[in-house]
Design a protein around this ligand. Sequence first.
Ligand code: NDP
Length: 248
Amino acid sequence: MNKLKDKVAIVTGASKGIGAGIARQLAADGAKVIVNYVSSKSGADKVVADIEAAGGKALAVAANVTNKTEVEALVKSAIEHFGRLDIVVNNSGIYQFARIEETTEALYRKQFDLNVLGPLLVAAAATPHLGKGSSIINISSFVTRVFIAESAIYSGTKGAIDAITGVLARELGPRGIRVNAVSPGLIETEGSHSAGAMGSDFQIWNEGQTPLGRIGQVQDVAPIVSYLASDDAGWVTGEVMLASGGMR
Ligand code: NDP
């Protein structure tokens, strides 16, 4: 498939989980991909090696998306190595549930910095390089539609992302830049494993509430992001698309 031929993408947090799946999918669909990571160099290198083995082009670039200087260098790497930038996927994120009584400044700042400030800094640095036909895709979450106890801070970050998606779609639309979000349901990833969600009552509850009767895999999300990045979605902007097996 070549629907992203000649396009260059940055995927944040692409060393594992959903981001790694998105990077592989965009490359399989013809894009050259900057595979961002913050600590897992070996994970990012493996994603790049897999893409190259399949005949694609990719480059692993370290950057903490909460740091403006590092984000600017990340964007610069796309221009320097691949000559342009067309697709930005804001995927890096963290989820740490806690009862409301356990709210701390640290818990708030950690999640809002990575999940909200990060995508804002990346969009700010990338936008001057984006032209007509390019797009930003933010990874939100089903938690903004299905309210889950003990997720006030995390759900707050993703509610902010949904609003930011709509605002940027309005702000950047006149320049031909589309901005959309994808909101996955519970997905099996390294992150959801280490958060203890896999094999838990929360997983069982999700399966019971999901019309398609199972939790998601990375491959359930990645092709949707590729579609939104492609010219096939040229009339789609400001959309927050649930990818949750029908759970809402
Ligand atoms: P993982 O924990 O598996 O992966 C997180 C990724 O983010 C890693 O690549 C990690 O890099 C990167 N990252 C962490 N901190 C930073 C940082 N400061 N700068 C740059 N990158 C960073 O997460 P998931 O794949 O599970 O989740 C990905 C996204 O999807 C998140 O936004 C999450 O909120 C959302 N989501 C996830 C769901 C799920 O059930 N898994 C459901 C709905 C939404 P490194 O490896 O180098 O540390």
